[in-house]
Design a protein around this ligand. Structure first.
Ligand code: AMP
Length: 220
């Protein structure tokens, strides 16, 4: 069993790339952001607690996130392989992840850092639109839906995440920069950090990650 982590600024493309890799490997995509958004949508007490922090672009407390991830790992099959996206985001979370993986005898194989220039991230997030029903991701100019505001896959309404508004994006980027420097050092010192280009197409980024895992990526 093994696990990998995708690290990168909001808008670096972690979610999309993770989706592509999940289709062609046995890694299950675990996005703490998606889990939290689902909890908010369902009115789960945890979601209510996290909502304010999320909307302000602040991190949700380590306890809440670590609890969520532990629950998920405990519920999964013993031979599962995981691809974490948006987790860990703090050193405390990284340490707790190590403990959880050790309990499951799972090796942390690589931590991929998707590197993207700041201006590109801001442009990607400002134009990002999400389907309210199925979660499919679009971009007003890069990946436009066939009919404006409507999901191609399920016909659901497309919306802008409240935390993709410009002021919040700038805060999320500041939070990311501050927290991630420590994580990069932590994983670099353990020899598992792999830097990949997140500014190219999602297929190219996915292919780079797959190559590092010794696999071939089939472009979509
Ligand atoms: P994301 O979709 O990964 O950009 O996450 C959206 C928001 O969910 C973040 O801005 C945080 O408020 C919260 N969040 C997601 N993952 C974490 C995490 N690992 N630690 C703390 N907060 C998180």
């Amino acid at each position: 069993m093994e696990a990998i982590v995708l690290l990168g600024a909001p808008g670096a493309g972690k979610g999309t790339v993770a989706g592509l890799i999940e289709e062609q490997t046995s890694f299950s995509h675990v996005s703490t952001g998606d889990i939290l958004r689902a909890a908010v949508k369902e009115g789960h007490p945890l979601g209510c607690k996290a909502r304010k922090d999320m909307e302000a672009g602040q991190l949700v407390s380590d306890d809440v996130i670590v609890g969520l991830v532990n629950e998920l790992l405990d519920a999964g099959p013993p031979d599962a392989c995981y691809m974490f996206d948006g987790f860990p985001r703090t050193l405390e979370q990284a340490r707790k992840l190590d403990e959880a993986l050790a309990r499951k005898a799972t090796q942390l194989r690589s931590v991929f850092l998707l590197e993207v220039p700041r201006e590109l991230v801001v442009a990607r997030l400002g134009g990002r639109r999400i389907c309210r029903d199925c979660g499919a991701v679009y971009h007003v100019s890069n990946i436009p839906p066939q009919v404006e505001g409507v999901c191609d896959d399920c016909g659901g309404e497309l919306y802008q995440r409240p935390d993709d508004a410009e002021a919040t994006v700038l805060n999320r980027l500041a939070v990311f920069k501050e927290q991630t420097a420590v994580l990069i050092k932590y994983y670099e010192s353990r020899g598992v950090l792999v830097r990949v280009d997140g500014a190219c197409s999602r297929d190219e980024t996915a292919a780079e990650i797959m190559a590092s895992l010794g696999r071939t990526f089939q472009a979509q």
